[in-house]
Design a binder for this molecule. Sequence first.
Ligand code: ZN
Length: 465
Amino acid sequence: MIGERALRELKDVLPVETDPDALATYGRDWTRVYDPAPSAVVFPRSTAEVSAVLAICHRHGVAVVPSGGRTGLAGGAVAKDGELVLSLERMRAIGPVDTIGGTVHVEAGAITEAVHQAVEEHDLSWPIDFASKGSSHVGGNIATNAGGVKVIRYGLTRQWVLGLTVVLADGTVLDLDAALEKNNTGVDLRQLFIGSEGTLGVITEATLKLARAPGHLDVFFFGVDSLAGVLRVFEAARKGPFVISAFEMLTDRCLARLERHRGLRSPLEADAPCFVLLEVEAHDRDALDAWLESVVERELVLDGVLAAGLEQARSLWTLREGISESLSATGLPHKNDVALPIAALTDFCRELEEVFEARYPGWEICLFGHIGDGNLHINVMKPDDMGKEAFLERVHEADRSIFELVAKHHGSISAEHGIGLLKRDGLGYSRSAPEIAVMRAMKAALDPKGILNPGKVFAERDPAQ
Ligand code: ZN
């Protein structure tokens, strides 16, 4: 909670919002598991204001939840214990674009898609791309090291950030915004904050590295007989006459939910248990047609299409990008976001099915994801005849089985969504005790009072540590 004196000091700096509707909105992200209960929300307009707010909170021991577009799925932006929400949404300036250096300077609250549009006219792109780009903030993308559908081609967010301005827990401003491609002067502090989920500092500004805008992109859609078959198509695609810019998989169960919610259907005539969306950069359309013919002839796919134009390419992408929304609209999905060595995916999925058939018979699992990166989104759907509380309890227990399988195959329990609150108890499946001890030491050094996003990534005071 925020004490009277702290509140008075905050109000001297900027307006403090305590309207119940605002608290309910800004206290939650897209994780629909926790009840929002922050004490107040502030909307600073500059790095200096963020610094002033944090200095006050540090002095008075007020817990702060840094907040972006709140599209996260791990509870990283949830405020449920009387915290102050520090929303960056009024800091959304974009520009200038440096067309020689290939960079753009932005404030943390800039919307991801708005950044894409701003650099597009210079024939440049910030290649961080995912379904929630119309709401997510660049600051949140950086704080969570966001992934998405183009990771196979461009890598994660951390590869596309050259400079950062960060405010530490006590209000100190770190200007790491030299925006140099080469700067070998000791520990790279920028990388420390990228992916730290708001627990080490608040990112207020950034200089983003830009790529040359891709030329024409071609999109294939395939029906495949199994997950093992999907990996065979992947192998063939890697040898194809093009550069892969996305290799995505979805199952027929995902497609059935999409049809129920949006009336969308596969463009293929044959039914299939798995579907692949492959997006490529190519220069030779004839070579693409020949490659498509060869995968059909070799029976790597049951059926396949190559989008005839931009409109069909877009509608194929909708089949992939509409899944998450369709699962939430037609039921209650419990989401897991795991990474595995690509070669282990078939065994992992078979063992996952076996575990669920044995322990949770009849439960529906909707699998999709960025298979080219070894990243699976496992959505366990609440059975219709089970209450929400009972489901959450049982699915929490099911997570253990999933995490054990992930650890057995040397994977990660969070590929791109982060840890937040939701995956915090599972951190030990993917990070060793010495690693977690180092993370705790960094947290203690940078935020000795533990006011920044407390309880996220790991519990504040863990009796086991
Ligand atoms: Zn994803």
